[in-house]
Design a protein around this ligand. Structure first.
Ligand code: T5A
Ligand code: NA
Length: 219
């Protein structure tokens, strides 16, 4: 008898700068692979594409851009990868994704762009099955070696970003934003092992149980 293969699960990890997203994505990916799950890591912004290189130059303050324009480039950078995301999920590969559309809203709305405007270019993207939000206070995040040199890595900005993430969280949990998938908030101010145990507890059951077709974000 041939084994019925589930489609892959689409797991997004979000959070403030230095909340430990990349660290936790790597641990989760490794644990999934070790347990025999076909899984891939993905990251936004993907700085390797032509659009990604423009974003990289902006983040390093080597170029300036209108706030609306850089927002649309971050979104376009996700749209570039849609066919690859959908293909992998359909083929049974789970995706662990470091940032997604929620970062797009959180950072641009923090600069003063209208929230609804920020959300619109990402509507219809593949919806994550689960978003794991790594919550940390900007003060605690700053202790992790201090912020780096990039454009948004300042405490005042991070405080605003956290507020917008809180709004997204409330709307996702209250189902005001439909088809965004499940939203899980984890206290990321604890040690790596404690955080990764929590991440695993939520993500592991999902990868073996996704049945529904890939949904579209916020539609
Ligand atoms: N952005 C992004 C937008 O404006 N719009 C968008 O649409 C998108 C997608 C770059 C910027 O782009 C913005 C948001 C960002 O400002 P990035 O490339 O993801 O985004 O940023 P990075 O600089 O790569 O990553 P972060 O600074 O956000 O860090 P992480 O990934 O959250 O944290 P990580 O894992 O690298 O850890 C940071 C440090 O803390 C330590 C690590 O060893 C490391 O030194 N650490 C811990 N220390 C103590 N306890 C723990 N539990 C720890 N976990 C990790
Ligand atoms: Na990172």
């Amino acid at each position: 008898m041939t084994e019925v293969k589930h489609r892959g699960a689409f797991i997004v990890v979000e959070g403030l700068d230095r909340s430990g997203k990349t660290t936790q994505c790597a641990i989760l990916h490794e644990r999934l692979v070790e347990s025999g799950v076909d899984a891939q890591l993905m990251k936004f912004p993907d700085r390797t594409t032509v659009i990604g290189q423009m974003i990289d130059s902006y983040l390093k303050s080597q170029s300036d851009m209108d706030d609306h324009l850089i927002h649309l480039l971050f979104s376009a950078n996700r749209w570039e990868l849609v066919s690859s995301i959908e293909r992998q999920l359909r083929e049974g590969t789970s995706i662990v994704c470091d940032r997604y559309a929620f970062s797009g809203i959180a950072f641009s709305a923090s600069k003063g762009l209208p929230y609804a405007w920020c959300r619109s270019p990402d509507i219809d993207l593949p919806a994550p099955d689960m978003t794991i939000f790594l919550d940390i206070s900007p003060e605690k995040a700053k202790e992790r070696g201090g912020y780096g040199e990039e454009r948004y890595e300042k405490e005042e900005m991070q405080n605003k970003v956290r507020q917008v993430f809180r709004r997204i969280e409330a709307e996702m949990q209250g189902q005001r934003l439909q088809s965004g998938g499940q939203w899980v908030t984890i206290d990321a101010g604890r040690d790596r092992e404690t955080v990764s145990a929590d991440v695993w507890r939520h993500a592991q059951p999902l990868v073996t149980s996704v049945e529904h077709p890939i949904r579209k974000l916020w539609t």
